[in-house]
Design a protein around this ligand. Structure first.
Ligand code: SP5
Ligand code: ZN
Length: 367
């Protein structure tokens, strides 16, 4: 694996089914608006990487239910697999023009006051049991894309555990906001957690997930929060400054039970650029080394980019290249695509990050 003259020699796992998810917007403060998690995101990345000469591989197994159930509750997986059909059968599209699944009642602790969650009879009420926001819509092709994205992540991890120095999964939809039992933040199943668990399953004793998406990966944190074997470290815009996911991603969240100290959040002030961001990435790399990580899952969101509409961080493409280099020097890396929404620049950022990973891997191999 190498990078020379704009050529990137890295396996890229991709499945056309990832384009079938068309959320057709998001419900933002009660109104449907154009969303930014659009199929073109994947298309522009694919185009850029194809130009760079990468090898495209399909996922090995789109129906690997065991890989999904290793990090998600069966009820969540079954809900996602069936909710569109249930929604259609309930005639919400035909009779009411409601062409996407969106929740409306949420069984929060405030509502239940200590009572257990009961599964409601109505499909439109069941959605709130799994989907925690109104911005993560489900449509006719969503499940095909959700399972394809997770399968791509699993295959990238399997390539790494079989000896690849690095591999990239072009996952769409993204995954890091999806937890063991619920989804939101444009994410449905957690692709990075699926990859990390696949590495563990293949015999890698200690794995580090490093998350450089502009938002905190609350889902990945939740999945591994009480586990010592999978470290989770994230740099992101400070949720305390008013940014998604609002309720999680604070610096004092350090893990629980056996997982104490295997979780690290570095929240940054809005407006932070390369210097503060790379300092944080360095800190996460030091953590991963101290953790004894033998392989890394990189949650690669490029929405910390200066031009990105979804975050106020101001990281350059060169910053992403340097982050990739730092992370690549740690060990073999399975790179998982997360966010990144500026269609004009996001493919250059992804390329820069992957080129950095390749350079970091090459430098580590030559010492
Ligand atoms: C994977 C990922 O990057 N998910 C990001 C989810 C953050 N979404 C927050 C949406 C906030 C409102 N967006 C609408 C802006 C209207 N101007
Ligand atoms: Zn993000």
């Amino acid at each position: 694996m190498s990078i020379e003259g704009g050529v990137l020699d890295m396996p890229v796992v991709w499945d056309e089914d990832c384009l079938l998810h068309q959320p057709a917007g998001e419900v933002w403060l009660g109104e449907r608006i154009d969303g930014t998690e659009v199929p073109d995101r994947a298309t522009v990345i694919l185009h850029r990487l194809t130009e760079a000469g990468v090898r495209l591989l399909p996922p090995a197994d789109r129906d690997d239910e065991a890989a999904l159930l290793a990090v998600h509750d069966r009820a969540l997986v079954e809900h996602l697999a069936t909710v569109w059909a249930d929604w259609e059968a309930a005639r919400f599209p035909a009779d009411y023009g409601r062409d996407r699944v969106v929740p409306y009642v949420f069984p929060t602790a405030a509502m239940l006051a200590g009572l257990p969650v009961r599964t409601p009879t109505a499909t439109h009420a069941q959605v709130g049991q799994y989907c925690y926001d109104t911005m993560t819509l489900v449509g006719p092709g969503s499940w095909e894309a959700i399972r394809a994205a997770a399968a791509c992540a699993k295959t990238a991890a399997d390539l790494v555990s079989a000896g690849a120095s690095a591999a990239y999964a072009l996952c769409r939809p993204p995954g890091h906001h999806a937890g063991p039992a619920g989804y939101g933040g444009s994410c449905y199943l957690n692709n990075a957690a699926t990859a990390a668990q696949a590495l563990r399953h293949a015999g890698v004793d200690r794995v580090a997930v490093i998350d450089i998406d502009a938002h905190h990966g609350n889902g990945t944190q939740a999945i591994f929060y009480a586990r010592p074997d999978v470290y989770y470290g994230s740099v992101h815009v400070d949720p305390g400054a008013g940014w998604f996911p609002h309720y999680m991603g604070f610096a004092d969240e350090r893990g629980n039970e056996a997982g104490i100290n295997a979780n690290r959040n570095v929240p940054l002030a809005p407006g932070s650029g390369d210097d503060a961001w790379l300092d944080a990435v360095n800190l996460l790399c030091d953590d991963a080394r101290a953790h004894g990580a033998q392989a890394v899952v990189l949650s690669l969101g490029v929405d910390a980019a200066t031009a990105d509409p979804e975050s106020p961080l101001q990281v350059t493409a060169d910053g992403y290249r340097r982050a990739g280099e730092l992370i690549g020097s740690l060990g073999p890396v399975a790179v998982i695509q997360e966010g990144g929404y500026d269609l004009a620049s996001l493919a250059d950022y992804v390329f820069a990050a992957l080129a950095g990973v390749a350079a970091g891997r090459a430098a580590a191999a030559s010492t």
